[in-house]
Unconditional design. Structure first.
Length: 228
């Protein structure tokens, strides 16, 4: 196979990247410059949940898997986009929204909740995002889903009144991804999602560079491209 299309699902990491209130603010500055040192090196100060990131179970569960214990297979696989673009500020994605997609779920599926909220990144409205109702998460966990991504700041309510989705997913040793972007650009079926974290032993989460890949068949005179 070769890559027919690749979509960047990552939010740029800058000092202006929106963060969950109270998290460390990203800070990037030169540590070495070409003029002074003959090469460039940058100093990065980040939280483990800065920008587009994944949560390991240890984030909410004292005895949950730490980042290095989560199977890498949880971070890549067939994606299924759940259309939730009609939701208002602070409104839940409900079972009525998710029901048409439930039969398509199976172990290894990566669920992508497409709220469209990434377009508000950099504005105050980004912090008043939709969220996912707990019964939706429960139904998907029952289908063997372990990985849940959303194009919003948080999979739970924006007012911080509940973290039930975090508790359910991470309590089942699943994975959450937040601050994803560009889900609207996935205009093909069965996107292959890759969102690999940094290798952080004992970690509770990590920024990721996430992509959606559309695979194409190789022609007779084509050489398959290597995987990544």
């Amino acid at each position: 196979m070769n890559i027919k299309k690749i979509i960047d699902l990552s939010m740029p990491l800058t000092p202006h990247t929106p963060i969950y209130p109270g998290d460390p603010k990203p800070h990037i500055e030169p540590a070495a410059t070409f003029a002074r040192d003959g090469y460039h090196v940058s100093r990065l100060v980040l939280g483990s949940h800065s920008g587009t990131h994944v949560d390991a179970p240890f984030h909410f569960c004292e005895h949950g898997w730490r980042l290095d214990e989560v199977p890498l297979a949880y971070f890549l696989g067939r994606g299924l986009v759940i259309d939730a673009t009609g939701k208002a500020e602070g409104e839940a994605v409900t079972m009525a929204d998710a029901a048409p997609y439930i039969p398509q779920l199976s172990p290894g599926t990566i669920v992508l909740f497409h709220t469209g909220w990434s377009r508000y990144a950099g504005t105050e409205r980004y912090f008043r995002h939709p969220y996912v109702a707990p019964d939706v998460i429960e139904a998907m966990l029952e289908r063997g889903v372990c990985t849940f991504f959303i194009d919003a700041l948080n999979i739970d309510p924006p007012d911080g009144s509940s973290f039930r989705a975090h508790e359910l997913i991470l309590g089942a040793n699943g994975v959450i991804g937040e601050n994803f972007a560009n889900f609207e650009q996935i205009d093909f079926d069965d996107p292959y999602i890759i969102a690999l974290p940094l290798s952080l032993p004992g970690g509770d989460g990590s920024p990721v560079r996430a992509v959606a890949v559309q695979w194409g068949e190789c022609g007779n005179n084509q050489t398959p491209r290597p995987f990544l």
